[in-house]
Design a protein around this ligand. Sequence first.
Ligand code: ATP
Ligand code: MG
Length: 239
Amino acid sequence: MGNAFFKASGLNVKYGDIQVLWDVSFEAEKGEIIALVGSNGAGKSTSVKTVAGLIRHTSGSIVFDGNEIPGGNARAAIDAGIILVPEGRQLFPQMTVYENLEMGACSKMAESKKKETIEKVFHWFPKLKERRGQMAGTLSGGEQQMVAFSRGMMGLPRMLIMDEPSLGLAPNIVDDIFRIARQVAEETGLTILLVEQDVRKALRLANRGYVLENGVVNITGTAEELSNNEDVKKAYLGF
Ligand SMILES: Nc1ncnc2c1ncn2[C@@H]1O[C@H](COP(=O)(O)OP(=O)(O)OP(=O)(O)O)[C@@H](O)[C@H]1O
Ligand SMILES: [Mg+2]
């Protein structure tokens, strides 16, 4: 795939003198759901923060829909339609559900469609409509993740990055959120980049995946290939 819709090629990233990503490459077609999986500290969040312009790479490139995304420029990434739902959700706990959603309308276009998008969100997650006036900090973990996902959708993403959405949540809640994510991807051509430590959960949603180990992509394949890969089974699926 020479001209994938999204393509990160040969990313090298350092924190100070310490290099944590080594020639990391991954790509996605429009409407595809890909997963970046790996253990604690493998470099998953660093990879997606780099794509979202929160960290500058020292070499490599990020190309999205034919345009190069400059390193370390979050505004440029957002304006291109790359929206990150961060690890740990990062809601504003003292603001209501509704106010948190409004904060997600982070571009001129998103701002102009805010009311419409909130209606979509309330259609996907009726529970958030019921709880629109509740402080986000008092929601359950599952409800908070629904708000985090929805706040990301408020930015009208063309590629949505979800960093560890399943962390600490009951399987049925994860399934609810993944079902909506898949439905949106199918209906709108949204591309999704999913980060998960839990490989089993990730492969329930993603079409393809990349296994990151110590800052290097070591294994890649379709969800089915990864599920049947002996190394993946031993290291990540508990066989
Ligand atoms: N701001 C930072 N400054 C220095 N080192 C950092 C910083 N952020 C991350 N690191 C280091 O970079 C490496 C990769 O971290 P990263 O957060 O990308 O891992 P991860 O795969 O997302 O892990 P987890 O699954 O635990 O979230 C780790 O060794 C981490 O300690
Ligand atoms: Mg992380």
